[in-house]
Write a protein of this length. Structure first.
Length: 337
């Protein structure tokens, strides 16, 4: 079991959780266990989400993400532990929680012949929030689309509309499932901005995604699931620093302007003398593992003394995706198989 721990890493890209005591959490999950008969899908998972925080939940298919999301929405009974949304039990206080939670699913299906304004009117009637859509459409750049049929909206516009509709009423939490699947890069960026706007307005966001760049860009904290258990919980930057592994540096000794093999061999020996971990070279080029930027700078200075340019070093710095793959026990070979 991994326990919740606050973090405020200035290096993280996503919004930081709002300050305040723990009882101000929008979502409070404590030792949650979800089972389907004899199969335990989620085992003693704990975390909190505060107002204005974008919290990411990642893991392989079958890791328990959907079960947790369904438990938060009151759609799934729990075997053990507790789940509360703004202090309410999602199952026992279903009516109250329904008004507090907006759901944005991977594929938002709307009647293609319906108009934007008609859908807004429908949601306002369901959630007893007359006029609530006007400000939301303005915030998501859709104010001039009230009379537009759904079929005429781009993919990015439909996603933003779904986000707007998910907030009609007194919504404190928006759950986003694979938010940008199928969108082009421009649409993805537009949708990301809409999510960050949610956080700025104090709405808590629970995001599930297989796109690690999306998680890194949006989330203040991330919980990593494996086999139904929470194996890590922290900011993307800290998870990367702790679990992604070292940077790698591949040196092209063929960049030697004189093409002298003896000189190249001498440079390679001096590189070995830096005390870095030697890795199997790619195409005969020496490769090392170390830290960036410290060890990279050492290699560049050594090469400069021998007349080689910085471009002779091909560096690869670890990413949040590397950390994720290590945490869930996946490798590049596994993914390509």
């Amino acid at each position: 079991m991994t326990t919740d721990q606050p973090s405020a890493d200035p290096g993280t890209t996503g919004p930081r959780p709002a300050s305040g005591p723990p009882h101000e959490a929008v979502v409070d999950i404590d030792r949650l266990t979800v089972a389907y008969g004899a199969f335990t899908a989620v085992r003693e998972v704990s975390f909190r989400i505060r107002p204005g925080e974008v919290f990411g939940l990642v893991g392989p298919n079958g890791a328990g993400k959907t079960s947790i999301v369904e438990a938060v929405g009151g759609l799934r009974p729990v075997r053990g532990g507790t789940v509360t949304v703004c202090g309410h039990d999602p199952r026992r206080d279903r009516a109250a929680v329904t008004r507090l939670v907006g759901m944005q699913l991977q594929e938002s299906q709307f009647p293609s012949r319906a108009r934007v304004g008609e859908l807004c009117d429908l949601y306002e009637a369901i959630y007893r929030a007359p006029g609530a859509s006007a400000a939301l459409l303005e915030a998501f750049g859709l104010a001039d689309r009230r009379r537009s049929p759904i079929a005429e909206l781009s993919g990015g516009m439909r996603q933003r509309l779904a986000l707007a509709l998910a907030q009609i009423g007194d919504v404190r939490l928006v759950v986003l499932d694979e938010l940008t699947t199928g969108l082009d890069p421009h649409q993805r960026r537009e949708t990301w901005r809409s999510v960050l706007d949610l956080a700025v307005r104090g709405v808590a966001v629970l995001l599930t995604s297989h796109a690690m760049d999306e998680v890194e860009a949006l989330c203040g904290r991330v919980g990593v699931l494996k086999g139904g258990e929470l194996v890590a919980l922290d900011t993307p930057a800290r998870l990367t620093g702790s679990h992604a592994g070292p940077a790698t540096f591949t040196v092209d000794l063929g960049a030697d302007r004189d093409g002298d093999p003896e000189r190249a061999a001498g440079i390679e020996r001096r590189l070995d003398g830096l005390g870095l971990t030697r890795l199997p070279g790619a195409g005969g080029r020496p490769q090392f593992a170390g830290s960036f930027p410290a060890d990279y700078d050492r290699i560049v200075r050594l090469l400069a003394d021998d007349g080689l340019p910085p471009s002779a070093v091909d560096r690869r710095t670890p990413t949040f995706e590397d950390a994720y793959l290590r945490l869930v026990g996946a490798t590049t070979e596994t993914l390509e198989a």
